[in-house]
Design a protein around this ligand. Structure first.
Ligand SMILES: [Zn+2]
Length: 329
């Protein structure tokens, strides 16, 4: 376990989260397209480990357990519902091992698609599913609940984390076609209500590209004084459809919409200026995007360099020199 927790690190300055996993692993051929469930943790654990190590090598400071959509009902859709404990446990072990001694490991909970407002039955069902995953992910340093479209489900997630553990909780909301959550709350209201519920880090993740997430980020920053998180996608959106899963390119034609690493590096610098405390990436953010964010935040260290000349202009790298010399001879 790392000696300083997430709250101690945030008190000292910005923390860099990691990038996106599930869409990346789909593009690498391991994850069921559209379902985006995490059974890969037991079917191809090496692929998860490799992506964690890429994030580590890029300068990320946190590894998030690759248990996205790892709730029982979501896993049921691909026939893995009876393996929910095994999958969440395996994903946690892989992240812990890849993190080594210095990085933090964040547990992962997310929207279940089963929660409805004013419905006690859905409250109980979703609470039980969160509890199951929290238990299976024992040993993490803090827990991230992400991709919440409804504030009510986000608050329920926060309540289960606080009831079942003594770990810090980070909860992030996601916005699609509207500037209010799908149960009717603005970003500002979400931030304040989550902070009032004892959530340690509140923010936004997924759906929007940096340009379309920044207005929500600013709104939250103006609304509360706690730790703020922002993890946008690296797929270009439009003003008409500001969420990437609304694009006809989703889920299997996303490649041409990929943002460059430099656009995410710019986002990291802007987010820091605005006062975001936890900066990371979501879907589409590969290790190269995270490395550029690490550089923008002054976090890219010698030990992260994948070759000795990583900071030189590309034309000066060892890759091009032998060719240039060959041409001039
Ligand atoms: Zn995402």
């Amino acid at each position: 376990m790392a000696d300083r927790g997430i709250l101690e690190r945030l008190a000292e300055g910005v923390v860099l989260g990691d990038g996106g996993y599930i869409v990346e692993l789909e593009q690498r051929g391991y994850v069921v397209t559209g379902a985006f469930t995490p059974e890969i943790a037991i079917t191809h654990p090496g692929a998860v480990r490799e992506l964690h190590l890429e994030m580590k090598n890029a300068g990320c400071e946190v590894l998030q357990v690759m248990a996205f959509y790892g709730s029982r009902e979501k896993l049921n859709t691909v026939g893995y519902g009876d393996k929910v404990m095994e999958i969440n446990r395996a994903a946690t072990d892989i992240a812990r091992e890849a993190a080594g001694g210095d990085m933090l490991v964040a547990g992962d909970l997310c929207t279940t698609w089963m929660w409805e407002p004013d419905d006690d039955k859905s409250d109980r069902l979703v609470a039980d599913m969160f509890d199951e995953q929290i238990e299976a992910q024992a040993g993490v340093d803090f827990i991230i609940g992400e991709l919440f479209f409804k504030l009510g489900e986000a608050l329920l997630c926060a309540e289960r984390i606080k009831r079942k553990t003594s770990l810090p909780a980070m909860i992030t909301m996601s916005f699609r076609e509207s500037n209010v959550s799908e149960d009717g709350f603005t970003a500002a209201e979400c931030a304040r209500r989550l902070q009032d519920a004892g959530v340690d880090i509140v923010g936004l993740n997924c759906m929007n590209d940096p340009q379309r997430m920044l207005p929500h980020v600013r709104e939250m920053r103006d609304a509360f004084d706690g730790y703020l998180a922002a993890q946008p996608v690296a797929f270009r959106c439009t003003d008409e459809t500001p969420w990437f899963t609304g694009s006809p390119a989703f889920p299997d034609r996303l490649e041409p919409n990929q943002l460059t690493r430099y656009e995410l590096g710019e986002f990291a610098a802007t987010a820091k200026d605005i006062g975001v405390n936890y900066i990371g990436g979501c879907c589409g953010c590969k290790a190269t995007h995270m490395r550029e964010m690490a550089k923008a935040l002054g976090k890219f260290k010698e030990k992260h360099r994948w070759n000795a000349r990583a900071d030189m202009p590309m034309s000066e790298t060892e890759f091009s020199r032998p060719r240039r010399e060959a041409v001039s001879e």
